[in-house]
Design a protein around this ligand. Structure first.
Ligand code: PLP
Length: 498
């Protein structure tokens, strides 16, 4: 690097694009750079403080004609890119839900990048397919998923990029299964059910799958069920739709909703779903990780009624983005919806039906060797360390919740279930918008301070601050210091407010 490829030299460009010794030297520099980043990460403002378009003024308009040195690029990363980064791995990141990185996960990611295979069919890299199936069986057993979700059998696991892709592929499978051979059903009549707390990924999946906008039921929840979907509300909605001549298709239940970590009752909802011949999908994108601990596994009671189950290992299981684990009970439904067999992909292994071709379980053709990083996480940490990791975050969230409860200026909005605390500053009496402005201002002040980063939601019309513990480097000292920042900023704000 740093020199132009020699035109016409024998194999010149090939040697230059990947030279083992050059890679060794530069990769060591990159590892040092990344290690230093993690060492210093707590020093950066957690939420990037740049303004829109900031980078345009810092970088040239055109790509360089000749190569530059790695040192030059890394200097730019340090000075121009890092200021525009929101540091999801910072111990002071409490926003959204976490997106975990770890040594094992990052090493696995590196190895996957090193091999750079495209494992769409078994034959394109048998190890990629087989490792994925094995690792998802391991994880499925850690979650105590029922046997039908595991390979070999009719079901099995597959790694998708995101929970959004997972729900889309199972919705497509459900749609095609319902329409196949039943002339009384038509696309316009199919209805999808979920709660108003369900992630918007389902709504997007419906848009893509051709489900009518008017046939998407985001059923109302409230604080009486801690924002879980009420089986009675679901039952009534289904009956009304059947009376109106519509066809219930798909139910999505969530274990750990995005706004407040609400948990839908899989047992009760699953029964209703089965009674009505619907596809039952469980979105445990966030809280699925907690269910590797025996004491949280009861949240999955009733999962045996599900047709599909999804969790994001990249959220809270130390596996670098992206790694969304999806299990289905009947993979043939997925394959029928998504399989294509162009001549240029035909091969003996696929035709033997002895192998899985994961291209038929997902939207794109190409796929990365993502199981490597999950395999490395499971092997290098072991189940007991992963359980301890989850338990520690839940302990830290409990600790934060206690701190909030001790300060009478604040209130907890809905009970904590996992490692998310939903709270707010209590507004003064007769506040015209019931604390909406006050709490949104607090969030702005907090996030622009750069010390910590939180996000918000609205529950029953109440502007709610979300404090999600889950970044790998977060310790008790970070919780205490975050709470002090919140208290200090709240004091200043309340003074000016009164
Ligand atoms: N489902 C739940 C419960 C989530 O919390 C999220 C994201 O936070 C998603 C789905 C969407 O996840 P993804 O970004 O993997 O599509």
């Amino acid at each position: 690097m740093g020199r132009c490829f020699a035109e016409g030299s024998e194999n010149g460009s090939l040697r230059r694009a990947f030279d083992a010794e050059e890679f060794r030297e530069n990769a060591h520099k990159m590892v040092d750079f990344i290690a230093d980043y993690y060492r210093d990460i707590h020093k950066f403002p957690v939420q990037s403080q740049v303004q829109p378009g900031y980078l345009q003024t810092l970088l040239p308009d055109n790509a360089p004609e000749c190569p530059e040195t790695l040192e030059n690029v890394l200097t730019d990363v340090q000075n121009k890119i890092i200021p525009g980064i929101t540091h999801w791995q910072s111990p002071n990141f409490f926003s959204f839900y976490p997106s975990n990185s770890s040594t094992a996960g990052l090493l696995g990611e590196m190895l996957s990048g090193g091999f750079n295979i495209v494992g769409f069919s078994w034959i394109t890299s048998p190890a990629a397919t087989e490792l994925e199936a094995i690792v998802l069986n391991w994880l499925g057993k850690m979650l105590k998923l029922p046997e039908p979700f595991l390979l070999p059998g009719k079901g099995g696991g597959v790694i998708q990029g995101t929970a959004s892709e997972a729900v889309l592929v199972v919705l497509l499978a459900a749609r095609d299964r319902a329409l196949k051979g039943d002339s009384t059903k038509s696309l316009e009549k199919l209805v999808v059910y979920a709660s108003d707390q369900t992630h918007s990924a389902l709504q997007k999946a419906c848009m893509i799958a051709g489900i009518r906008k008017s046939n998407f039921r985001a059923l109302p929840t409230n604080s009486s069920t801690n924002y879980a979907l009420s089986p009675n509300v679901l039952q009534k909605a289904i009956l009304d739709d059947i009376h109106a001549g519509l066809c219930p298709l798909f139910l999505c239940a969530t274990v750990g909703t995005t706004s407040s970590s609400a948990v839908d009752s899989l047992k009760e909802l699953g029964e209703i779903s089965q009674d009505n011949g619907m596809w039952f999908h469980v979105d445990a994108a966030y809280a699925g990780s907690a269910c590797i601990c025996p004491e949280y596994q009861h949240y999955l009671d009733g999962v045996d009624a599900a047709d599909s189950f999804n969790m994001n290992c990249h959220k809270w299981l130390l596996t670098n983005f992206d790694c969304s684990a999806l299990w289905v009970k009947d993979s043939s439904a997925l394959i029928e919806a998504l399989s294509t067999k162009p001549e240029f992909l035909r091969n003996k292994a696929s035709e033997s039906s002895l192998v899985v071709d994961y291209k038929d379980w997902q939207i794109p053709l190409g796929r990365r060797f993502r199981s490597l990083k999950l395999w490395m996480v499971l092997r290098l940490y072991g189940v007991s360390n992963l359980q301890a990791y989850i338990r520690n975050h839940i302990y830290l969230a409990k600790h934060f919740e206690e701190l909030v409860r001790e300060d009478t200026r604040f209130e907890i909005i809905t009970p904590r279930t996992f490692a998310l605390v939903c709270f707010r500053i209590l507004p003064p009496a007769n506040d015209p918008d019931n604390g909406f402005t006050l709490n949104s201002q607090l969030l702005d002040v907090i996030n622009s301070s750069g010390h910590i980063y939180l996000s918000h939601t609205v529950l029953s019309g109440i502007y709610t601050l979300r404090f999600a513990v889950g970044a790998p480097l977060t310790e008790e000292q970070h919780i205490n210091s975050a709470w002090k920042t919140l208290q200090d900023k709240a004091s200043i704000l309340l003074e000016s407010y009164n």
